[in-house]
Design a binder for this molecule. Structure first.
Ligand code: ZN
Length: 110
């Protein structure tokens, strides 16, 4: 791909590094962002940067958290003595979306 702007090319190259995103999709996403209000794009990049910089791991279950303890472990309504061992945060998200489990988790990958 030939670009008339190195700024555009740099952005495409960064998106191209993401899993499942090829060069063409990377270009489509960058061109989409280029049409957006600069404040919206600034907010988008801030959210990503802040997530990566500030995300923590729960001291109890080792899943991602905003503080020392995740919202699941901190929830006193959940059965703290029922623990589901998971391989990754993706398992937690999948199980939580069923709304059928009221215990806590332990991330075995850590
Ligand atoms: Zn936790």
């Amino acid at each position: 791909m030939q670009f008339s702007s190195s700024l555009l090319e740099n952005a495409v190259n960064e998106f191209d590094k993401l899993p499942g995103i090829g060069k063409r999709t990377a270009l489509r996403l960058v061109l989409h962002l280029l049409k957006q209000d600069p404040r919206e794009v600034g907010h988008f990049s801030e959210v990503i940067a802040r997530m990566r910089k500030e995300i923590r791991f729960c001291q109890r279950c080792f899943n991602v958290a905003d503080g020392d303890i995740c919202s699941i472990c901190a929830n006193s309504m959940r059965k703290q003595d029922v623990i589901c061992v998971v391989e990754s945060i993706r398992d937690v998200i999948a199980i939580e979306s069923t709304q059928q489990f009221n215990g806590t988790y332990h991330d075995s990958a850590v």
